[in-house]
Structures are given as structure tokens and as C-alpha cells.
Design a binder for this molecule. Structure first.
Ligand code: FPP
Length: 247
């Protein structure tokens, strides 16, 4: 605890990332390492999420985006998919009051309306309940894929052009962003991937064009506030040029 407080003091308040995105990876391997079924790893991962949400609120981060279920995760064995769905249902039923109390606003990126109705209904209620909160925005990527998000945007742009509501000349990056799930959110400044995998896995493909990437061997269920602070500290030492030159 004392160590964490000292590390927090090392951070520059004027160089905090506004938006942190996390690929919550390594739940299955954590479970295996501990001789537990894979789903126990996902439940432990949900506990880590609770604690990292609290840390982000404390650090005054504006947006935290987490990858909870991808469009490709449907390929997993049916038992794992249905256990993950049960976990999501539990989370949206039981955790929302605590999140609401902490002034967290829940938003979702992805095709969540296609999830089983019980879950979609809880998600709808969670978003409505927390919509006026002014603290951390918790953006949960659910039934999300970066490529499918870009296609979704393209199709909606085409529809608007065909309906005569949009002129092709008006299509630029700024307008394109309005058609993404993340419309209104800043791009992630920092993308964290635990578990030792060094890839993006179809996460926020458009939005991470200039994000700083940070990887750790630690599995997500073992990821602690100290790891988050380490990542932010490292981020603060980087020079971001966005394709330009050093100031
Ligand atoms: C990847 O680890 C993780 C997932 C596919 C699920 C992430 C979900 C949670 C952490 C649950 C909590 C989320 C909410 C919103 C309640 P993996 O299973 O691929 O791990 P492995 O690579 O070690 O097998």
C-alpha cells in the first residue's frame, strides 16, 4: 500500500493519459496455473476489473475501455461462452449499483443488442442508470471486433449517402469517427495488454493509430494497481509525435 502511494506520487498529474484501453488477457492461463477451470480465471479477471476501475477513478482517468468479449470469442467451446455470458449477466446485475455510487458512467462498444436478451436488457438498464454520471467512463467492448466496427461505420455512411443525407465530399476522418461505436470518446492514449501476448487482436483498430502500447507478462487476474501505475509512468516518459517532429 505504502509502495503504491509512493509510486502514485511519481506520476506527473499534467501528463496523465485521458483514455486507457486494456485487453484483459491471460485469464485461462492464470486458471491453469492455479489448477482451476478456465471460467474461474474469468471470474478472477472480473475482480481485477473492479479494482482497476477504482484505481482509474482515483487517478482521475477520463475513459477506461476494456475488451470483455470479441466477435471471435464465439468460436470458443459452448460451455466457456455460456459461462462468460453468466458472468456478464452477474456483473451487470450486481456491480452496477457500486459503479453508480462511484459516479462511473457505463457505455458499451460493440454489437451488444445481439447478445442474449437477458444480458442486453441488463446492459440497457445499466447504461440508463449511469448515463448522467460525471466520473470515469467505463467503456466495455462486448461482442466487439475492430474490423466489424469499421464495416458497421462504412455501411451506415453508405446508407446516409444513398438516402441523400450525406454528401461524399463531407467524408473525412472526423466524420468517419462519428460512425464508430466510440463516437464522443477520445482515442486511447495508452493501450495495455497483460499476459505476454504481443498483438492487438482486432481491438480498436481505428482508434489506436497513435496510442502508446504497454505489455506485461502478468496475467490479467494478477494485474494490480502497481502494474497500472507502472504503465502510466512508462507512458509519461514517452515522446508522442503523432507523425510530426520533436518539439
Ligand atoms: C481473455 O483471456 C479474456 C476474455 C476472452 C474474457 C475477458 C472477460 C473478463 C475479464 C470478465 C470480466 C468482464 C466483465 C465486463 C465482467 P483468455 O481466456 O483468452 O486467456 P488465455 O489466453 O490465458 O486463455
Amino acid at each position: 500500500m505504502k509502495e503504491t502511494l509512493n509510486n502514485i506520487k511519481k506520476l506527473s498529474p499534467d501528463k496523465m493519459p485521458q483514455h486507457i484501453a486494456i485487453i484483459m488477457d491471460g485469464n485461462g492461463r492464470w486458471a491453469q496455473k492455479n489448477g482451476l477451470p478456465r471460467i474461474a480465471g474469468h471470474w478472477a479477471g472480473a475482480e481485477t476489473l473492479k479494482s482497476i476501475v477504482e484505481s482509474c477513478s482515483k487517478l482521475k482517468i477520463k475513459v477506461l475501455t476494456v475488451f470483455a468479449f470479441s466477435t471471435e470469442n464465439w468460436k470458443r467451446p459452448i460451455e466457456e461462452v455460456s459461462s462468460l455470458m453468466n458472468l456478464l449477466l452477474y456483473y451487470f446485475k450486481k456491480e452496477v449499483d457500486a459503479l453508480h455510487k462511484n459516479n462511473v458512467k457505463i457505455v458499451i462498444s460493440g454489437n451488444w443488442e445481439e447478445l442474449p436478451e437477458k444480458i442486453a436488457d441488463q446492459i440497457r438498464k445499466s447504461m440508463t442508470k449511469t448515463q448522467n454520471n460525471s466520473g470515469l467512463i467505463l467503456n466495455i467492448a462486448l461482442n466487439y471486433g475492430g474490423r466489424s466496427e469499421i464495416l458497421f461505420a462504412c455501411k451506415n455512411i453508405c446508407t446516409d449517402v444513398l438516402n441523400g443525407d450525406l454528401c461524399i465530399d463531407k467524408i473525412d476522418e472526423k466524420l468517419f469517427e462519428q460512425y464508430l461505436y466510440t463516437y464522443g470518446l477520445p482515442d486511447p492514449d495508452l493501450l495495455i495488454r497483460p499476459s505476454g501476448e504481443l498483438r492487438i487482436s482486432n481491438f480498436l483498430l481505428w482508434q489506436i493509430a497513435y496510442s502508446e502500447l504497454w505489455f506485461t507478462q502478468t496475467y490479467w487476474p494478477d494485474f494490480k494497481e502497481e502494474d497500472l501505475i507502472c504503465a502510466i509512468y512508462d507512458y509519461q516518459t514517452r515522446e508522442r509525435r503523432f507523425g510530426g517532429l520533436k518539439k
